[in-house]
Design a protein around this ligand. Structure first.
Ligand code: ZN
Length: 594
């Protein structure tokens, strides 16, 4: 990948040299160019169409005006995105999926107006281009704009180029390559301001839009975004579904802070990230004959693109404050009293779970926490920042440990790219394994007692050994290189990474393992982390700092995160484990790494 980046950059710079020297006569005129239509890197096959360059996302105000009965955004609905230019911009782009092949659950929205710093701007929708195209993002070759989960695209026309976007499949049964070679939809909203935006300046773009929000279809056949419910919409959006209900810079590393002003009919509840600041009632008008209310939520913490919550419907909503953190609990009013009561028993554990996970991950990173339980059958539960969303009407205790752990891993420290999804899913799954070990400790005599502590450690070893014993195709795809159809694969994205963390727990020892995690939170909190940064953080807390041990840990990461093995297990799996674990272990008899 590094070689591919260097090659593309060289071509890009070579292309730039011509206009730069040609315009040297007018030295005062800044060179203003279009912002990149993707934050992907050359060769990406995971959502290479998403994200936008040339600016940083600072703050987003979501002004929702929504009729929950008809599931429509009304006149006045808009987003206000405050960004900072990182180059002189002649134009820039956003991600917005106005329509989809799914005529029922997909979006159907229209952009009415766009302004930049209050001045009307022209806008158009274009297809994405594969990242690194040396011809430029307006490449006239249709092959530069094709769908695939493979690189190169392949398919009937044998396109030698990388994909420009990932497949959008209607059902999990579709072969993942069935759309190979088809044209990507035009979901890039390109905005040309009346005059160029100088490098370094902040600007606010306001996009007014209306119509029906919906869900995005993914390469694994699942959907995410704005799920229609009987009385509103339930929002759960990983990995890219936010663009099916709002225009945004749709990439995990784009993390603006947020304000939400959600105007809905009186009696309807709107739930978003951060803290509920106010609810303001309004008298009846043409849009809301029974009156309306504006719910203002504020997140001072930046929120990654796939963690933006904005659910609307008939919900109970309560809150209480403990040790400076506001805890919210929301449940769909359509759920039976018995179901809500059973859920509440688990939801009430969020503070205790947060305390438990703080011992491993460090102080809770946000000023609020919360859980929202919807009745809709969303495809998955998700770690929406400070407002964990459970679809299907039920909360599970182990899953709550998982989603709550994501508040540190994924939410506060976000993956630098989609292929780092394994990093945060492995750590969230580790919370479930720690919960299992905790229950073993309780059963053995209690945490802090000698038998309890022994049971805790034995449980973690047993959980590693069970995972390491997997055969078949468990080891056949590298966690850091998933196809879109396998991004949320149980083995590669959840179980193999958690086995690696369980091994690291043994290699570093529990204290240094916790220090490594807490150091990552301190260094990368509010931002993102890439794979080499993650691995360096663990290297820094190795008890044996010899070159041999450092090299062995590097090999460990290559085996566990980056290697696809032939099927079978046994010799076809990572051959470095940890002390006391199944497999060859890590240290030699003298504690070294010979
Ligand atoms: Zn997860």
């Amino acid at each position: 990948m590094g070689g591919a980046i260097a090659t593309a950059l060289t071509v890009f710079l070579a292309g730039l040299a011509v206009p730069a020297s040609a315009s040297s006569g007018s030295s005062d005129a800044p060179t203003c160019t279009a912002g990149a239509h993707s934050l992907g890197t050359p060769g990406d096959r995971l959502y290479p169409d998403t994200g936008n360059g040339g600016y940083r996302s600072l703050h987003t105000e979501v002004d929702t005006v929504y009729d929950a009965t008809t599931n429509l955004f009304l006149t006045g609905n808009m987003v206000q995105l405050t960004d900072q230019a990182t180059q002189c911009l002649s134009s820039f782009s956003l991600d917005f999926e106005r329509s989809s092949a799914d005529a029922v659950a997909g979006p159907n929205m229209t952009v009415g107006s766009v302004t930049v710093d209050g001045v009307p701007a022209t806008f158009t929708f274009v297809q994405p281009t594969y990242p690194g195209d040396p011809v430029g993002q307006d490449d006239a070759d249709p092959r530069a704009h094709e769908i695939s989960q493979n690189n190169p695209v392949g398919g009937p026309n044998q396109n030698p180029l990388p994909p420009a976007c990932s497949p959008e499949l209607p059902a999990p049964t579709s072969p993942p390559d069935v759309q190979d070679g088809q044209q990507c939809p035009a979901n890039k909203l390109v905005i040309t301001p009346a005059s160029p935006i100088p490098d370094g300046s902040s600007f606010t773009v306001v996009v007014g839009y209306s119509g029906r929000p919906g869900v995005h279809a993914d390469g694994d056949g699942s959907t995410e975004g704005w799920f229609r419910t009987a009385d509103g919409g339930f929002v759960t959006t990983e990995p890219v579904g936010s663009e099916a209900w709002m225009p945004l810079n749709d990439f995990p590393t784009a993390k603006p802070t947020y304000d939400f002003y959600d105007t809905v009919a009186a009696g309807v509840t709107a739930i978003a990230n951060g803290l509920l600041v106010s609810t303001s009632p309004h008298p009846a008008n043409a849009q809301f004959p029974g009156g309306s209310v504006t719910w203002h939520w504020h997140s001072a913490a930046p929120v990654a693109s796939y963690l933006v919550e904005n659910t609307v419907g008939k919900y109970s909503l309560s809150q209480h404050v403990s040790h400076g953190i506001t805890y919210y609990e929301a449940q769909d009013a359509a759920l039976s009293a018995a179901t809500q009561k059973a859920n509440l028993v688990i939801m009430n554990q969020q503070k205790a779970i947060t305390d438990f996970e703080s011992h491993v991950s460090g102080p809770y990173p946000f000023s609020s926490a919360g859980i929202i339980v919807g009745s809709t059958n969303a495809n998955f539960d998700e770690e929406m920042q400070t407002m964990i969303s459970f679809g299907g009407g039920h909360v599970g205790t182990s899953l709550l440990y998982h989603e709550n752990m994501h508040q540190w891993w994924g939410d506060n420290v976000t993956e630098a790219s989609y292929n780092m999804t394994f990093y945060k899913e492995g750590l969230a799954t580790l919370a479930q394994d720690l919960y299992t070990a905790h229950r073993a400790a309780v059963a053995a005599g209690g945490p802090g007692t000698a038998p309890g502590n022994a049971a805790f450690k034995a449980s973690l070893v047993a959980q590693f050994d069970a995972l390491y014993g997997n055969t078949g195709d468990f080891w056949d795809s590298a966690p850091s290189d998933p196809a879109p159809s396998a991004l949320f694969s149980s083995a590669a994205t959840y179980l193999r990474p958690v086995a690696a963390y369980l091994a690291l727990f043994q290699i570093l020892g529990s204290t240094d393992f916790d220090f490594a995690l807490q150091g990552i939170q301190l260094t990368f909190g509010g931002g993102n982390i890439d794979e080499s940064e993650l691995e360096t953080a663990f290297q820094q807390w190795m008890p044996n700092t010899s070159i041999a041990c450092s090299q062995k840990l590097s090999a460990f990461f290559t085996q566990w995160f980056d290697t696809a093995y032939p099927p079978g297990g046994g010799a076809n799996r990572p051959q470095i484990t940890g002390p006391g674990l199944a497999g060859p272990g890590f240290y030699d008899q003298s504690g070294g790494c010979s």
